[in-house]
Write a protein that binds this ligand. Sequence first.
Ligand SMILES: [Zn+2]
Length: 153
Amino acid sequence: MVKFILTKELGKLARWLRILGFDTYYYTSDNMGTLIIYALRENRVIVTRRKRVDDMKVVVVETNDVRSQIKELVEKLKLKINENLMFSRCVICNELLEKVKKEEIKGKVPEYVYTTQQEFYRCPSCQRLYWQGSHWGNVREILKKVLGGDVCS
Ligand SMILES: [Zn+2]
C-alpha cells in the first residue's frame, strides 16, 4: 500500500489520508533535504504544493481546498480507498489505533457517547479516543460528494 509524506502546507490533506487509512507522515519542517531522506528511507511518495523537489517520485497538488486535493490525489495516483482501512489511524499521530474495551474508557468520554457507542479505539501514542459517532461522522458523505458514487473498494 502506498505511503505518503506531505509537506507542511497540506496538513488538512494529511489528516484526510490518515482517516482513509494511508500511512501518512506530515512533514512540518522546511528542510527539504531531510524530507527527501525520509521519503527514500521509508519509500514514501512526496505530496506537496511546491514545484521544486528534484528527481523524486513527487505529486504536486495543484488545488487549494482539501476536498479538491483528495480528488486530485486519488485521480493522479489512481488510489484505491479500502473501506476496511478507513478510521484505522490517529489523525494527529498517524499511529494505528487499538481497540479498547468499553469498560476501560468509562468516565473518559461524555456520558451520552458512552451509552450510545459500542466500539472505542485509542491512539497508543497520544491516547486520544475515537468512536464511530464523533470524528468519523460524515466522512463517507463527504467522500461520496468528492469522489462520486463508488469510492470504496
Ligand atoms: Zn495519536
